[in-house]
Each structure stands twice: as C-alpha cells, then as structure tokens.
Design a protein around this ligand. Structure first.
Ligand code: SF4
Length: 326
C-alpha cells in the first residue's frame, strides 16, 4: 500500500475543504481499501466522511423517500419504509456482498464502487480504466462476466452494484453537495458509459459529495422486486439481474419500470420492454413477448454470448414473479 495521509472530517465544510485540496472521500471503505491494498488506487490523502450527518432515511413531501448517502446497506435494507414502499431496494441490497460488508458499506459508496473486472484489479494487465491509453485486456481476454450493452472499444466492464439497478428502475435522483453548492442529477445520468474515457465513471464535479439518494413517489399500489442470477447463491456478482416495478390497477398495467444488471457498463433501463407492458393485462404470453426485447442492441463478446438468452429469461421470470400470471 502506498503512503497516504488521513483526516476525519467533523462537518461537511471540513470535508469539502479537504476534498478541494485533492483529498479522496472514504466512508465504509469496503471497496477503496481493497483497491489501495492491491495498489490499483493510490490516493495521497484520505478524508473520512463517516461522521457526517448523512445517515437518515426520511419521507419526502411528495410521498417518496430520501436515503442518506452514509446509511449502511444493512440498515437501509431493513428500514420499514424501504421494505414496505420499495421492496426492490431491500432485495437488491440483501442480495449484495456479505452480511459483514453490508454492515460497513454505505449507500453512497455502493453506487461509487468500481468494477470487478479482474484485469482492472491486476496492475500488470492493460486497462484503460485504471491507466488511460494502456489498452483493454478484457476485449480479447477472458470476458465471460463482462458487459454486452453500453460497451466501447475502450472498455467492456460491467458496473457491479445491485442497488444501482434498482435505483435505475425506480428513476431515482442523486443529491450532491460541492464547493459551488447543491445540485441534483437524475440517476440515469449519474453513472457514465465508458466511451473513449472509461476512467471517468460518475458525473461528479471536483470535491462533490453524494448527500442523499431520492426515490420518487410512484402511483400505488406498486409491486416491485429484484432477481439476481449468479454462479453461486451468495457473495457473488450478477451474471444477469432484473429490477421490475409495476403499477397494476383494474387488472391493467398502468406503469412499468424495468432495469437490468450484470450486462451493461451501467445499469441498463429497458424502455422498449416497459412500453410493451403498459396498457396490457398481465399474462405469461405478455411477459415472454416483452422480455424478447431485453437484449436489443447487445454486442456480446467471445465468452459471454450466453448472456443474451440468460438476460431475456431473467427479465421474463422477474416480470412473472412481480406481475403474476394468468
Ligand atoms: Fe479495464 Fe475496462 Fe478493459 Fe476491464 S474491460 S480491462 S476495466 S478497460
């Protein structure tokens, strides 16, 4: 591990001052410390923000929820309002990492976590994300777990967060605080596709902090859920996943939100699938028909062609689980 300085911020002003001077924010540290041990990340200065008052889950006036960026994954998943109003969030969190990690890791850190591409974590391999311009060892290497959507010739790594898939489906927003004040970014614009600059991963300005993540109000009754398909049943990242949110009234689907994970360089929303569902009555045939479009635009690599069919089946199964069948 490379040498670094450590400061604990007592309030947001101290944190922002240190961030402006190039300090790197750390809270639970469950990703960053690993990467520092492997010398993938070499920050010269760490700013511990874990004491900032950003841990609450609060109801918004419009009927949504705001989750503090420093709320731990485990406590967020167990929060009664999250469980009742947005089960897709609780399920995505509980299917992530391990119990120990969920007790340490924060909501903000979960969104900010970096890819699990093995070449990214191997400092001897070419990786444009770690070292811009060095190449991408995964393009012609072993790429079974890599992305099939949103890829570029510069990077094909997936975003590893389950929570992010649920946030994409719910059309959440991210509240930020920086030296120039507060601003809000739709979650759909917060995580960046790699393009020619895969080292640039979030729409953050220098020294900005995530303060809360807001889940908007959705029409009720709302059914939602998260399905994760992986090589083993715990402590593993998704090969494919699906977050489905449905508003069904009078036997007709009035609103549908679907996002998938394990397949995109960012959580991948499926507007074509959503459009096909709205105005229809739930049925086995409808789920299958809609899911056929789940992999539209996919560009599979040598070892992950199986993800195209697996993705369609994942979406079909989760639509059926959340929406029921007749
Ligand atoms: Fe690096 Fe992305 Fe290529 Fe992985 S896929 S080696 S993260 S550039």
């Amino acid at each position: 591990m490379h040498p670094f300085t450590y400061t604990k911020a007592r309030d947001t002003r101290e944190a922002l001052d240190a961030g402006r001077q190039g300090g790197r924010y750390i809270a639970g540290g469950t990703t960053l410390v690993d990467l520092m041990r492997e010398t993938v990340e070499r920050p010269g200065s760490l700013v511990d923000i874990s004491a900032l008052p950003l841990r609450k889950v609060t109801a918004t006036k419009s009927g949504g929820l705001r989750i503090g960026a420093l709320a731990h994954m485990a406590e967020t998943a167990a929060h009664p309002k999250v469980r009742t109003l947005y089960p897709v969030i609780s399920q995505a969190l509980e299917l992530s990492a391990s119990a120990q990690l969920r007790n340490m890791a924060t909501i903000g850190g979960n969104i900010m976590q970096r890819t699990r591409c093995t070449y990214f974590r191997d400092v001897t391999a070419a990786c444009n994300k770690r070292e811009p311009g060095s190449g991408c060892a995964a393009l012609h290497g072993f790429n079974r777990s890599h992305a099939i959507l949103g890829t570029s010739d510069h990077c094909v790594a997936t975003h590893p967060s389950d929570l992010a898939v649920a946030l994409a489906a719910l059309e959440a927003t991210v509240h930020l605080l920086g030296p120039d004040g507060e601003r809000t970014v739709p979650f759909a614009d917060f995580l960046l596709q790699p393009g020619s600059t895969p080292n640039s991963e979030q729409a953050l300005h220098k020294a900005e902090l995530i303060t809360t993540v807001e889940l908007p109000a959705h029409p009720r009754p709302l059914k939602s859920g998260y399905l994760k398909v992986r090589d083993r049943q715990s402590y593993e990242f998704a090969l494919t996943s699906a977050a489905v949110v449905l508003h069904i009234r009078g036997g007709v689907i009035r609103a549908a939100k679907v996002a998938v994970g394990g397949v995109g360089t960012v959580p991948w929303k499926l507007p074509a699938v959503e459009r096909q569902l709205i105005g229809e009555r739930p049925s086995k045939a409808l789920w299958a028909e809609a899911a056929e479009q789940a992999a539209d635009g996919a560009r599979p690599l040598q070892h992950n062609r199986f993800k195209v069919e697996l993705l369609k089946r994942t979406v079909e199964r989760q639509l059926s689980t959340v929406g029921g069948t007749k």
